[in-house]
Design a protein around this ligand. Structure first.
Ligand SMILES: Cc1ncc(COP(=O)(O)O)c(C=O)c1O
Length: 457
């Protein structure tokens, strides 16, 4: 019979398997020779199909762990490669990844205390500490806020809309053209009206236009601002937006899925002034927090706002169990079975401390500023703007949009570099989202040279 990961024999059983995994990761990465596999979708799929063979054979194959881990590593886009910079897709910290392994071994499920006695307490403590990071400055009692663990920014944004709807009724979402697409989807999912979109002429929400919208629209209104836009890493004018919401009695959600990581840095935290005035805040530590996916959070200023999530299922939170002191966990998520994603987050916060995490944030922001300067000084490139966080948009000077798109795809197909794309000011830009604190100045110079070499003169 196949051995188990937990129980007294678990560690003994796992040790040689982990060696297999680590060897396969090394071997797979060695065959890749770049941040992603060469050949584009057809060739990558063919290699994977060949490695997999029959996905569900009649008789098992003992070498499947090695074969498939190696195949996945060979075919991975590796966010730890300095030339892998397209998305808000971070290289996970080793210590967080090791903690995630422990989470899989212990397999606590956060839907009832009897499946997660210690994990549920860890989640309660760490989520409150993170809520205090967001709301600690308001002067309110520290205990007023809380945070839910989610699968990422999309789920956090959905929950923010749900909480607004439950608190205020059929809520109208007002957001800017730069808002993340998950907000619009959430209105669809929750049966709310189509969002009202205010302009973001310079990439951030225009407060004057927001003021006009808030004056004209009947309530209840939920304004969703962004701290760290997906395309450019820009931060909406949060204090102005918060003031307008307060004047007009609108609820405020801030999607800080990307920018929330700036909270850890003394140098960059002031960019988030106004964050604490939001009713709800999306944070996402699998972006600027170096966590393995998933590590999302929704912070709420007033934990009473979470009451509508309360739910009863006798086998998980019977009244007499709750009265007898067993914590009721069902109201902390819309999911039932739920991984202890808090463990890797807790291990990271405690291992690195505020200083350690802040240093990582400072480093990626610094690298982005240097990269922008390099582009600015280069006669063959155009820089969109100096970065606010760690996103740099640039394009070969005088290139057409088609050329910009083609350069990106060629680099992907050759497996040489992973750059993103963003349309701003009606032009297509190459996007480098720097999330790797180990990336050096030389790596970025090499990236620019690669793009230059792939741009037709
Ligand atoms: C600003 C913003 N909000 C929300 C999300 C969604 O986050 P996730 O992909 O973790 O669901 C993203 C993803 O990039 C984002 O950039």
């Amino acid at each position: 019979m196949s051995p188990l990961a937990s129980g007294p024999q678990g560690p003994t059983t796992l040790r040689p398997l982990l060696t297999t995994v680590l060897d396969a990761l090394t071997a797979g990465a060695a065959t890749r020779d770049g941040p992603l596999p060469a050949g584009g979708p057809t060739e990558v799929a063919a290699r994977l199909r060949e490695a997999l063979g029959d996905p569900f054979p009649e008789h098992g194959d003992e070498d499947a762990l090695r074969t498939l881990v190696q195949a996945l590593a060979a075919g991975a886009a590796d966010p730890a490669d300095p030339l892998c910079t397209a998305h808000l897709h971070c290289p996970p910290l080793a210590v967080a990844t090791a903690a995630d392994l422990a989470a899989s071994v212990l397999n606590p499920s956060l839907d009832s205390w009897d499946q997660a006695p210690a994990a549920s307490e860890l989640e309660a403590l760490v989520t409150r500490a993170l809520a205090a990071e967001v709301y600690g400055e308001t002067g309110q009692a520290r205990s007023a806020g809380d945070a839910l663990v989610t699968t990422g920014g999309t789920e956090s944004n959905q929950l923010a809309l749900l909480l607004a709807r439950e608190r205020h009724g059929h809520t109208q979402l007002v957001c800017a053209a730069n808002a993340h697409h998950s907000l619009r989807r959430a209105t669809w999912l929750l049966g709310l009206p189509e969002p009202v979109t205010v302009p973001a002429p310079a990439g951030t929400m225009d407060p004057a236009a927001l003021g006009e919208a808030l004056t004209a629209l009947p309530g209840p209104l939920l304004v969703a601002a962004t701290a760290g836009t997906t395309d450019a890493g820009l931060i909406d004018p949060l204090p102005d937006i918060a003031a307008l919401c307060e004047t007009h009695g609108a609820r405020l959600h801030i999607d800080a899925a990307y920018g929330g990581g700036l909270l850890f840095s003394d140098r960059h935290r002031p960019k988030l002034d106004g964050l604490a005035r939001a009713h709800t805040v999306t944070l996402d530590l699998h972006k600027l927090g170096w966590q393995p996916i998933a590590a999302g959070l929704l912070a709420v200023r007033d934990r009473h706002d979470l009451a509508p999530l309360g739910h009863h299922a006798d086998y998980l939170n019977a009244d007499d169990d709750t009265e007898a002191g067993l914590p009721d966990l069902l109201g902390r998520s819309l999911r039932t079975t739920r991984r202890p994603d808090i463990l890797k987050i807790a291990v990271t916060l405690k291992t690195l401390g505020r200083t350690g995490l802040g240093a990582l944030v400072d480093r990626v922001c610094e690298r982005a500023a240097e990269f922008a300067e390099l582009i600015h000084r280069h006669p063959r490139f155009e820089l969109h703007d100096r970065p606010t966080i760690s996103t740099v948009l640039f394009r070969p000077a005088d290139a057409t949009d088609d050329t910009v798109a083609a350069v990106r795809r060629t680099l992907l197909t050759e497996g040489r570099a992973v750059l993103g794309r963003a349309r701003l000011d009606d032009r297509l830009w190459l996007k480098a989202t720097l999330l790797n604190p180990h990336t050096g100045a030389d790596d970025l110079a090499a990236l620019l040279k690669l793009v230059e070499g792939h741009t037709p003169r």
